[in-house]
Design a protein around this ligand. Structure first.
Ligand code: GLN
Length: 536
């Protein structure tokens, strides 16, 4: 298919937020990809932040990082996990980015004296960002529009969809509207009115939904479907039910049963080709739902009351666990509670401990206690990013006898900064987009546990941090058994640590969780689960 014929699918949401547009988009992407189409998924976020990198996880869940170093919305994680294909900077656009580009152009005088306005300048920039992805020869681009139809901040996006549809022609684009059918227990009915209103609201902006995907707790009766079709101006077959499922990974199959992908391809005037082959996906689900054993892993972090903050880690456990036919039960442990109640009380029955990534000093001492507890009691421990830094501090204090060792992030005057600010970070003032971000190479030491786990000498993993293991202390650590076994080949930065004579005590400065997908579970998560199972 030539570049010109790239087809565009827009996914909007109505009635409420959090309906799962990301999962529906990812599911559709998977169904289309498995029919042989080259697909990518993009998220447009109507907020004014340039990216979610500066957002508190409580505010917006996890910040997901791409290979090319973009700090993005967590939905991009779903896209990658479902499609098993990397996303990039261009897959996540925010209002902040749009305005930044337009204002920079204005300052350069690019608008030649014109008044710069939402229409056409902002909408042109939105359209440019949507179309930019077609340069990569995708057959189909799915663009998810964040927020809910009717929000003031979504308006320029909906207007851009209207303009693009007009420019592209009817058969080159389509709109999927995700909506909610609330259930009224007192009358035992699913109600269609809010959906009718949101479709109408979309129409007021000149956009007609072609397909409705209806979130519902119960099966939608035929009459309600017919009513939705009639009042929302869509064919009956284009009303798709999306009932609450046990796991998000069932959604593609449920949608496929209703010919969702065929309906979409017909709207785009594309030949459906061969039926999706989701054999491996089904095998994954089967294994996930019928585990042979189970392990309990304590996830020690500070945002544990909002589990979306650690989305990719939780999903990585699902992928690796299914692969190993092991149910991974996560015990969410707030590190601040360890400071009060002690590590033993909260961690004594778990099979493994994961110390989570994070920023700031709240709960740090609790994490250090968790690391000590795992080290001394030979409980498998996996430290990710801040987690590896915590392992370093704990070892320095309790094994190297550097009682005041710390990270410069938490104590700038520590006599033993075993974790220090990276050289290139020293003059950084802006917080946004300035960390060490994205994919970096790491060379693993021959004969190390990590080299064995990866089955490779050189790996590439994604980063998001400002601080690093201080190489001045390397020899001391090595001599006492906490071995730096992975290094960045260009800078020499220590990327991994592993403890001798311990079943599994591994810390990584990078985020392996970002690269785990259904099709490719991450070897480190698998090895960690194996160690936890063995130690049971
Ligand atoms: N706060 C630490 C740093 O910036 C760790 C970051 C993380 O865990 N992602 O280096």
């Amino acid at each position: 298919m030539s570049k010109k014929e790239t087809k565009y699918i827009f996914v909007t949401g109505g009635v409420t937020s959090s309906l799962g547009k990301g999962i529906v988009s990812a599911s559709l992407g998977l169904l289309l990809k498995s029919r042989g189409f080259k697909v990518t998924i993009q998220k447009l976020d109507p907020y004014i932040n340039i990216d979610p990198g500066t957002l508190n996880p409580y505010e917006h869940g996890e910040c997901y990082v791409t290979d090319d170093g973009a700090e993005t919305d967590l939905d991009l994680g779903h896209y990658e996990r479902f499609l098993d294909a990397p996303t990039s900077q261009n897959n996540n656009v925010t209002t902040g980015k749009i305005y930044q580009t337009v204002i920079e152009k204005e300052r350069k005088g690019d608008f030649l004296g014109k008044t710069v306005q939402v229409i056409p300048h902002i909408t042109n920039e939105i359209k440019r960002r949507i179309k930019m992805l077609s340069k990569k020869d995708y057959d189909i681009i799915i663009t998810e529009i964040g927020g809910t139809v009717g929000d003031i901040e979504s308006l320029p996006y909906i207007e851009s969809v209207r303009q693009l549809q007009w420019e592209l022609g009817k058969t080159n684009s389509m709109v999927i509207h995700l909506t909610l059918l609330p259930y009224l227990a007192s009358s035992g009915e699913l109600k269609t009115k809010p959906s009718q209103h949101s479709v109408r609201q979309l129409m007021e902006s000149g956009v007609q939904a072609d397909v409705l995907v209806c979130r519902t707790e119960y099966t939608i009766p035929k009459e309600q479907k017919a009513k939705l079709a009639q009042f929302c101006n869509v064919s009956l077959g284009n009303v798709i039910e999306c009932i609450d499922m046990e796991t998000i990974y069932e959604v593609p199959l449920y949608l496929q049963k209703q010919n969702f992908d065929e309906v979409v391809l017909k709207e785009l005037n594309l030949q459906p080709g061969k039926e999706s082959n989701l054999k491996e996906w089904k095998t994954f689900l089967k294994k996930y739902k019928n585990p042979k054993r189970s392990v309990e892993i304590a996830l020690v972090g500070k945002y544990v009351s909002l589990q979306d903050s650690y989305k990719s880690i939780a999903e990585a456990f699902i992928h690796a666990g299914a692969d190993m036919e092991t149910e991974v039960r996560i015990k969410w442990v707030y590190s601040g509670d360890i400071e009060v109640e002690g590590a033993e009380k909260l961690l004594q029955n778990v099979d493994g401990i994961l110390i989570a990534p994070g920023f700031g000093d709240r709960g740090i001492e609790g994490k250090i206690q968790a690391a000590k507890y795992a080290r001394e009691n030979k409980i498998p421990l996996f430290g990710i990013c801040l987690g590896m830094q915590i392992m370093t501090i704990e070892f320095a204090r309790n094994v190297l006898n550097l009682a005041k060792a710390n990270s410069m992030e938490f104590d700038t005057s520590t006599p033993d900064p075993v974790i220090a600010l990276m050289e290139e970070q020293k003059n950084v003032v802006d917080k946004g987009g300035t960390m060490r971000l994205g994919a970096w190479k790491c060379v693993l030491k021959q004969g190390s546990k990590l080299a064995e786990i990866y089955g490779a000498k050189t790996i590439s993993e994604r980063h998001r941090h400002r601080y690093e293991f201080n190489s001045d202390y390397k020899k001391d650590f090595e001599d006492h058994g906490l071995m730096p076994t992975g290094h960045n080949p260009e800078t020499g930065l220590v990327e991994t640590l592993e403890l001798k004579d311990h079943p599994f005590y591994i810390g990584v400065q990078y985020h392996p969780e970002y690269k785990s997908t259904v099709a490719t579970p991450h070897p480190l998560f698998k090895a960690f689960i194996a160690a936890a199972t063995k130690g049971k």
